[in-house]
Design a binder for this molecule. Structure first.
Ligand code: GAL
Length: 964
């Protein structure tokens, strides 16, 4: 028998009218902690009478509230992206509907006042039926939205019995098909709040800013008798509904989040508030705040913690925001539901533009061609408006919230239009967003996800879409799919945001990897993804697509984001420096500029740089500082750092940097020649090299056993290579690039050189790559000139083009002069600067949750790989080259599905590359841009290998450890 309320498409019932989230001086107690808990497999299997005082919950388990029962050993999490994990049969849900009964007995503090009180639930997933002291309070739906019940008359001094029956599935689940783990329970705070008679029930702060006059206006709407005071502005006891004007107010913005402390008060209650003056408007087809066009350099943020799911400890929310601010993120879309409201407090404080998104997604109906979509079904009308209302009322007083979003991927229909209409009426101060309203018939901005660069360009030019859409500001509510290694192509999006005023930025998908912290049988830690909990239907590692790992370790893509979207750009132009201010509002006054000159990556001079303040949007040119002469390749690096501490970073934090070359590399050393090949019975010698006379492969170098360099075209495919449709990886595998066979055509001395001619080609196919290795040497150095020529009709791009060799495992320390410290690829290389870097082979790996190609360092002039005693190998490139070094092969990396699959072997596999294919963003969105695709073409690479003797001092000096 279905329980009617569970399958009722209507909102919950019994709750009081939604209002803003605030804490006052009225007493409140948090009811979080250890509750009693019982999980039943179905609604009807749950025990009767749990609301009664005398119900015996002695046999129940203990459960921490807030929490998800699946993460406390009751049931298991499940991950799906688009598909509902149950039959699409709205509003029905499976009879096997896990039902979690929660009970708490609590006393009131001795000084708890008699009178009205509310019981507040900040989030119950997905549907809760609530009783207090035997009386039913009502039913909650809308998992990530608050519900309050009036309970004053029911409270007892001692022994209050609170019972909450939570159902995993409900009609509400049809509206909550976000791409994330299905997790149930009372996952946000539960609070009992005394509500003094004559107190502040609710209030709406309208704090505008007139950018032409600098004047602020303040009006607080609330019940009569409510007053507002902002002592700093001389506002004392301003009655609700009255307007105050303040000359010369400092406005709030994400860049300068000025908040004025105030109080909303009555005789009976005082509510601290923080007021930010700002005006949001859509004007001339642009989104403006305080009269200025703003650009979202944003991220989509889910609420997630690797151990507690959507229960996010405050320190993680703070860590998220600090990391965002430190990486030049200026905006958050709260994908795809309102976050814990504490997160919005932090956005107000630290300064982030927020698109607050409603808890609505019906994406699974796309599988049915949107037939039966609740968004257009009158039975769900109230649910849509109810959810919108609860979000808007809860969050309306946050200056950081500059736009409301109706939800995500819910198709389109009258219920969304009605939610938009309600919102426009309730809050005319903020535009309404919804990506699914493709013709902007009820929303205020044109929004797209994963539009290609070309399409964004056309939108920017105003030649795409109907008139109504072309008149609107344009944002990418999702772009740059950060799954695994990538995205590539952020720089080109930035250029479009700068070229077209109507293109006002976007939000990278997404902030974090939703990996669940697990341990394998051997106790090794890893992060789990879809399928790891035995779900019959799942979407694998598609939930691992963030800029930070589940534990908030930044991925290389976050460094790239920070560099691409840095608010100040420092470039070398014709022997001078140009500083361009890309802030929307701030001048550069708060920044200290400094320079350092490095000769072959070693600092030779540094100093402060005086930069006159540059206004937002302006640029200035400066002469280079006086620099000492240098002989080797030298680079000037200029950094702009915070001049004073901020809440999110200390003074000295670098927000932007640029480099310019001040001296080129000297002419390369004379080629290694002079030694001649010398054949003995078993080996072929040339200078410091020993070769196999049959295969022509180098087997030793200066006494170091090696598996000599051989052509390699394969990389362990990235998530973006695997793509969503028309994947590059499929073409590469069909072309057999992962199983090339090498035929030795000839091994022949040619004068002083040894020439090895080969052809590498996939089995069963006719095309291939001719690779000629020409080795020459002097006493110490071995030089390789590699020439490659495609042979036959190639069907695809190449993952990589270069050489693979194997070295003794002891050569675990790398040092190079090139770009670093982090990994870089053709279309994701802005964060890599020219310098000299060191790092262990182990530290060169980026431990993507789902293993794949990683750790590539580019533009190397030279590389040294050494063991503890300093002995090893140096490789010099005649032209810049790239390398990866790892303790496993590309094939092993390719086969691994979690980090614990990667077990160090007994060699170091070193790839020395001419190039790799770009990364793109095809795991969801456009692939690699044409200019970053690696085509099979003739190419050559010249490298010189020099054995390194043990260093007299033992270990080499470390200048820098790559940071990731
Ligand atoms: C979008 C969706 C996101 C996420 C993303 C792919 O379509 O809005 O929630 O699924 O694709 O990771």
């Amino acid at each position: 028998m279905p329980s009617s309320y569970v399958e009722d498409p209507a909102p919950g019932h019994g709750s009081s009218a939604p209002r803003s989230a605030f804490r006052s001086d009225a007493p409140a107690i948090g009811l979080g902690g250890s509750w009693r808990f019982l999980l039943s497999p179905a609604v009807d299997a749950a025990p009767e009478g749990i609301e009664r005082d005398d119900f015996d919950d002695g046999g129940w388990a203990d459960l921490q509230v807030p929490g998800h029962w699946q993460l406390a050993g009751h049931g298991a999490p499940a991950y799906t992206n688009v598909r509902y994990p149950f039959p699409v049969d709205p509003p029905h849900v499976p009879s096997d509907n896990p039902t979690g009964d929660h009970r708490l007995v609590f006393d009131l503090p001795d000084d708890w006042p008699d009178g009205p009180a509310v019981l507040r639930f900040d989030g119950i997933d997905s549907c809760g039926r609530v009783w207090l002291n035997g009386a039913e309070l009502g039913v909650t739906k809308g998992s990530r939205l608050p519900t309050e019940f009036d309970v004053g008359a029911l409270l007892r001094r001692r022994g209050n019995v609170l019972a909450v029956r939570v159902h995993q599935w409900s009609a509400g689940s049809y509206l909550e098909d976000q791409d994330m783990w299905w997790l149930s329970g009372i996952f946000r705070d539960v609070t009992l709040l005394a509500r003094p008679a004559g107190g502040v029930r609710d209030f709406t702060v309208d704090a505008g800013y007139d950018h032409l006059t600098g004047r602020g206006t303040l009006r607080v709407d609330a019940d009569s008798g409510v007053r507002v005071s902002v002592p700093e502005l001389g506002i004392v006891g301003l009655p609700a509904g009255q307007l105050a004007e303040v000359a010369d107010v400092e406005p709030w913005s994400a860049e300068a989040p000025r908040l004025y402390e105030g109080e909303i008060h009555t005789e009976a209650e005082r509510v601290p508030v923080r007021i930010g003056f700002r005006t949001v408007a859509v004007e001339d087809g642009q989104l403006k705040v305080n009269g200025r066009r703003i650009v979202f350099r944003g991220v989509n943020r889910h609420e997630f913690h690797p151990e507690s799911g959507r229960v996010v400890p405050r320190e993680f929310a703070v860590a998220d925001i600090e990391l965002m601010k430190r990486h030049n993120v200026n905006a958050v879309r709260t994908s795809h539901y309102p976050p814990d409201s504490a997160f919005l407090d932090l956005c107000d404080t630290y300064g982030l533009w927020v698109i607050d998104e409603n808890d609505v997604e019906t994406h699974g109906f796309s599988e049915l061609d949107w037939q039966g979509n609740p968004s257009d079904d009158p039975r769900w009308a109230d649910a849509y408006v109810d959810r919108m209302r609860r979000m808007v009322e809860r969050d309306k007083n946050h200056p950081s919230v500059v736009m409301w979003s109706l939800g995500n991927e819910a198709g389109t229909g009258r219920n969304l239009a009605a939610a938009a209409e309600w919102t426009h009426r309730r809050d005319p101060t903020r535009p309404v967003h919804y990506e699914g309203d493709t013709d902007c018939s009820y929303t205020d901005v044109h929004s797209r996800m994963y539009a290609s660069h070309d399409e964004v360009d056309r939108i920017g030019q105003g030649v795409e879409g109907p008139e109504r859409v072309r008149e609107r500001p344009f944002i990418l509510c999702e772009f740059g799919h950060a799954m695994g290694n990538g995205p590539g192509g952020l720089l080109e999006y930035r250029d479009l945001f700068e070229r077209h005023t109507r293109c006002q930025g976007g939000f990278v998908w997404e902030w974090l990897d939703h990996g669940m912290a697990q341990h394998d049988a051997e106790g090794r830690a890893y992060f789990a993804y879809g399928g790891d909990f035995g779900e019959p239907l799942h979407d694998g590692n598609f939930v691992i697509d963030g800029l930070v790992r589940p534990d908030r370790t930044p991925s290389p893509a976050l460094a790239e984001f920070a560099k691409v979207f840095e608010p100040v750009r420092i470039t070398g132009v014709d022997g001078a420096l140009r500083v361009t201010n890309h802030y929307d509002i701030l001048s550069t006054e708060h920044l200290d500029f400094s320079w350092v000159l490095e000769e072959e990556g070693i600092e030779v001079a540094h100093g402060a740089l005086t930069v006159p303040p540059v206004a937002a949007g302006a640029a200035t040119d400066l002469p280079l500082p006086g620099l000492p002469a240098t002989a080797k390749e030298s680079w000037l690096t200029v950094r702009a750092a915070l001049g004073a501490d901020t809440p999110w970073a200390r003074a000295g934090h670098v927000v932007a940097w640029g480099q310019t070359r001040t001296a080129p590399a000297p002419a390369p050393a004379a080629p290694a020649t002079g030694a001649a090949p010398h054949l003995t019975a078993t080996e072929l010698r040339l200078g410091p090299g020993v070769f196999d006379p049959l295969t022509g492969r180098l087997t030793a170098l200066g006494g170091l056993p090696v598996e000599g360099p051989r052509l390699d075209l394969w990389r362990a495919p990235t998530d973006n290579d695997r793509g969503s449709d028309d994947p590059e990886e499929a073409r590469w595998r069909a072309a057999g690039l992962h199983r090339l066979q090498h035929r030795v055509v000839a091994v022949e001395p040619l004068g002083d050189a040894l020439v090895v001619r080969t052809r590498a080609a996939p089995p069963g196919l006719g095309f291939g790559m001719r690779a000629d290795y020409r080795w020459s040497a002097d006493g110490q150095r071995l030089r390789l000139d590699l020439d490659v020529h495609p042979d036959g009709a190639w069907p695809c791009t190449l993952p990589r083009l270069g050489l693979r060799m194997a070295l003794p495992a002891a050569l675990g320390a790398a040092e190079w002069f090139g770009r670093g410290p982090g990994e870089a690829y053709a279309d994701s290389r802005q964060a890599a600067r020219v310098g000299r870097f060191t790092g262990t082979v182990d530290a060169l790996q980026t431990p993507y949750v789902f293993p794949q190609e990683n750790g590539n360092r580019i533009d190397l002039r030279w590389l040294r790989l050494t063991s503890d005693d300093g002995a090893g190998l140096r490789v010099d490139g005649e032209a810049p080259f790239a390398f990866t070094a790892r303790r496993w092969t590309s094939e092993q990396l390719d086969a691994a599905t979690r980090t614990t699959d990667l077990v160090p072997g007994d060699t170091i596999v070193l790839n020395l590359d001419l190039a790799q294919n770009g990364l793109g963003s095809a795991s969801c969105g456009p692939g690699v841009l044409p200019q970053y695709r690696l085509q099979p073409e003739s190419a050559s690479l010249t490298l010189t290998f020099t054995p390194q003797p043990p260093s007299p001092a033992g270990t080499p000096a470390a200048e820098e450890t790559p940071s990731r």
